[in-house]
Design a protein around this ligand. Structure first.
Ligand SMILES: Cc1ncc(COP(=O)(O)O)c(C=O)c1O
Length: 415
């Protein structure tokens, strides 16, 4: 059951899903501060070493209030665009706490980071050359593809032979030559094997290879092993959380061994996104229609793929809870396809799923929607992106981003 119920009765009374929708409008993203802080601490505690650090991957959720909390918990951050850098700076991250991992960007974009003393990671030899020509003598990191990929869908496997990312590990000589030609200071090597692994073997294999490569460079300040730590999207079906203990043990050993072989301090970072924010977020919406078309029962909601793209983008599975008059329904299941309000046949949130029989007026809560939820939301069909609320440590909800307005849709037009 979701965190709505795992807290006290008072907590639930203050945060009944239907009441939240009445107060803030539907659809709505609701986040739980306590869960967010716990996930930050899980990652911080993964390796007990002063040379270990966690960069939160901002792309998963870039809400300013959540970023503030993540910073308070002692995490640094990765950015994937000048926009993310801007929001991170607004959230109080210092330039040295931000790592800009770009791919295929212009010199102007690189300059946005360099001028703010933010470390840039480039992702190809040609981008390294571009960086060198524009910023000779500066610090730079290079993203490596060690050949080890992992992930829940081929679209999120970001290393190996079928991806655009990184410089292949057999091109180290070319990296060295460019670094020398432009008197660059190669400060870091980074990688990201992919997103959502539930056990760490590919991650550790990639980490081992990156460490071997790192030993070929004398003055690296850090290596960054990437993110991808999974969460269970099948909790109702009994899937447990990722067991971090073995990964923690092996990573600690690897890092200690690496430090020993380096003979000098080289920081080791990880860059989780999903693990930090997915489970603290629930997407709430209203059931607005029912129909049977050619034998399929469709339940129509206001949760189109403009508010949650993961199901159509990755065929991703999210669990759902149904609430009626503040009670979470159980039993009396039927098989339904839950759809949104976007004018596309593919607008399916939950396909052929066994769920408690729904009726108009029910509230549907989509679980584990805090990562790659709002951050991938759009105004497609000129729909308004939802509001976001945070349920604080005091159990009280507060608005942390207002819902879009019709005026927002007019922003930027040359009239
Ligand atoms: C370079 C990089 N680092 C970190 C992440 C975060 O991944 P996750 O949210 O799976 O931890 C991503 C996501 O794709 C990424 O591309």
């Amino acid at each position: 059951m979701s965190w709505f119920f795992t807290k006290s009765v008072d907590f639930y009374r203050q945060n009944r899903p239907d009441h939240l929708l009445t107060q803030y409008g539907s659809p709505l993203y609701a986040y739980n501060e306590q869960v967010l802080r716990e996930r930050c601490r899980d990652m911080k505690n993964l390796v007990d070493s002063p040379l270990f650090g966690v960069n939160y991957s901002t792309k998963a959720n870039s809400n300013l209030t959540l970023l503030n909390i993540i910073r308070e918990e002692g995490l640094d951050a990765d950015a994937m665009s000048p926009g993310e850098i801007h929001v991170l700076l607004q959230a109080g991250f210092k330039p040295e706490q931000i790592f800009y991992i770009c791919n295929n960007v212009s010199v102007e974009e690189m300059a946005y980071a360099v001028e703010r003393d933010i470390c840039v990671s480039v992702d190809s030899l040609s981008q390294l050359e571009l960086f060198g020509r524009a910023f000779a003598g500066r610090r730079v990191a290079v993203r490596i593809n060690t050949g080890h990929g992992a992930g829940h869908n081929e679209k999120v496997v970001t290393a190996g032979k079928k991806t655009k990312f990184g410089v292949n590990d057999d091109q180290i000589t070319d990296i060295k030559a460019l670094v020398k030609r432009y008197s660059l200071r190669l400060c870091g090597l980074n990688q990201h094997v992919g997103s959502l692994f539930m056990e760490g073997s590919a991650y550790l294999a990639g980490a081992r290879l990156l460490m071997e490569l790192a030993l070929e460079f004398d003055d690296l300040e850090f290596i960054d092993l990437g993110g991808g730590f999974g969460i269970s999207y099948y909790k109702q079906a009994g899937e447990g959380p990722m067991d971090l203990a073995p990964l923690s043990r092996e990573l600690t050993e690897l890092i200690q061994n690496f430090q020993h072989r380096c003979g000098r301090p080289v920081h080791c970072k990880i860059e989780p996104g999903r693990y930090i924010t997915a489970e603290c977020g629930v997407l709430l919406g209203n059931v607005l229609a029912r129909k049977v078309n050619s034998g399929v029962t469709y339940v129509g909601t206001d949760l189109g793929f403009n508010v949650l793209q993961r199901p159509i983008m990755y065929d991703a599975h999210h669990e759902a809870e149904i609430y009626r008059d503040g009670v979470c329904l159980e039993g009396d299941h039927e098989t339904v396809t839950v759809v949104g309000n976007i004018c596309e046949s593919g607008d399916k949130l939950l396909k052929a799923r066994s769920l408690p029989r729904m009726q108009l007026g029910d509230v549907i809560a989509v679980m584990d929607a805090g990562a790659y939820g709002y951050s991938m939301a759009s105004n497609y069909n000129n729909r308004l992106r939802p509001a976001e609320v945070l349920i604080g440590l005091d159990g009280q909800p507060r608005l942390i981003r207002r819902r879009d307005t019709l005026e927002d849709l007019m922003r930027g037009f040359a009239l």
